[in-house]
Design a protein around this ligand. Structure first.
Ligand code: GCO
Ligand code: MG
Length: 400
């Protein structure tokens, strides 16, 4: 087979929905053969771009584009210190693009390159976040009527004060959060959803690493009678040892992983059956190459996948993980936040939400391209990240 080499690597930043997104394009020695990857770390987008342009591009131009595993390891150890989110995102953008190129060369959709479909559809969970219980129930009703049976609820995006969620309040521009009120409100809200829908829907909640460990254990126990599909991020990665307490005390399924970047964060949790779902932000761990390995390790331990799918990830990454979802025997559920109207123009071929599932563009590769002119209409911003400054009522800075 003719050797195809990396000819050029370009990085694009765009923010159509307000979040900075990072897209990587790898051009090859073959005319019209190129691939796209996602390197989105919304809060360090310019740093990711600089790493690719200043350190990775000079290292890679001229190398064999078919050697994905070799290039992934080369980039992972190139700076000696490793496994951090900024560099992992930079690696991911190149990794996903090389997988896109390989599948295009093979003339098949990416899922076929990964072993072929294990299922006919990739079910998603939708976010139903609003300011009041009635509004949350209304959103959940609409999501259910759209065919979605998996629903994650919260008051607002647990980020803004609202009528029924006094656990977030604003004081002179600063956000204060009360874990005890969060615990009380979320049990009440989930109970109302369970009462309304019975077992017709699967319910989730995202604790977003915000509740102190012993209270997270208490909340998991309090939620047990509601038979959740999972409780997400009950603990921060630093507090993972407390997971054993949750496991010993109750059967509420646990999903964890969107903040992970180091293998030693997920390996012990999977190997010791401390979680039920692994849900990394796949560009934060280095792309498809590590994600497919995590899925295989998880399969051996009875853990399912539920990859992170927020607004701060591109439709390229959503497509890549949906291809992986199709080809993963132990797939659980795919998070899907949805995108604004302009995304379809910027990312032609994006996965489409329909009837409770995500549907892929079945062309060779991951199926998503990138309209550079349209993206340029939404320049990335340099505003400081504010939402992560979350304080407790006494003013102590808290995990976001
Ligand atoms: C989720 C996440 C997001 C994150 C966001 C951070 O489950 O989708 O918790 O809401 O807060 O991705 O940028
Ligand atoms: Mg989350």
């Amino acid at each position: 087979m003719k050797k195809v080499t990396i000819r050029d690597i370009k990085v694009f930043l765009t923010a159509p929905d307000g979040q900075n997104l990072v897209v990587v394009r790898v051009d090859t020695s073959e005319p019209d053969l190129f691939g796209y990857g996602c390197a989105t770390f919304a809060y360090r987008a310019f740093a990711v771009k600089m790493i690719i342009e200043r350190y990775f591009k000079p290292l890679l131009v001229g190398r064999d584009a078919s050697r994905i595993e070799d290039i992934w390891k080369l980039l992972m150890v190139n700076g000696y210190w490793r496994n951090g989110p900024i560099e992992n995102n930079a690696i991911s953008g190149i990794d996903m693009a090389l997988w896109d190129i390989k599948a295009k060369l093979a003339g098949m959709p990416l899922y076929d390159l990964l072993g072929g479909k294990c299922r006919d559809r990739v079910n998603v969970y939708l976010h139903c976040n609003a300011g009041s219980k009635e509004q949350v129930i209304d959103l959940a009703t609409r999501a259910y009527e759209s065919g979605c049976k998996y629903i994650r609820v919260a008051y607002t995006a647990y980020d803004r004060p609202s009528a029924d969620s006094s656990y977030i309040c604003l004081k002179n521009e600063e956000k204060y959060y009360d874990p005890r009120l969060h615990m009380k409100h979320i049990v009440d809200l989930l109970s109302a959803l369970r009462e309304k829908f019975g077992d017709k829907i699967e319910l989730m909640t995202d604790t977003h690493e915000r509740i102190e460990p012993t209270n997270a254990v208490k909340l998991a126990k309090a939620l047990e009678p509601l038979d959740l599909y999972f409780m997400e991020d009950p603990l921060s990665p630093e507090m993972a040892p407390w997971l054993a307490r949750i496991r010993n005390l109750c059967t509420t399924p646990i999903a964890l992983g969107e903040v992970f970047s180091h293998p030693h964060e997920w390996l012990p949790l999977i190997e010791n059956n401390l979680i039920d779902f692994i849900r990394c932000h796949i560009s934060a761990i280095g792309g498809l190459t590590p994600a497919r390995k995590i899925a295989a390790i998880a399969e051996a331990h009875g853990v399912r996948t539920a990859w992170h799918g927020p607004l701060d990830t591109t439709p390229i990454a959503m497509a890549v993980q949906t291809h992986l979802d199709f080809a993963t025997p132990n797939f659980g559920i795919q998070e899907y936040y949805g995108y604004g109207p302009q995304m379809a123009e910027i990312f032609p071929g994006s996965p489409v939400y329909r009837d409770g599932a995500l549907w892929l563009n079945e062309v060779p590769g991951h199926g998503v391209s990138f309209n550079e002119e349209a993206a340029a209409r939404f320049p990335a911003h340099e505003k400081p990240t504010k939402w992560t400054e979350m304080r407790l009522p006494d003013g102590t800075l808290h995990t976001p």
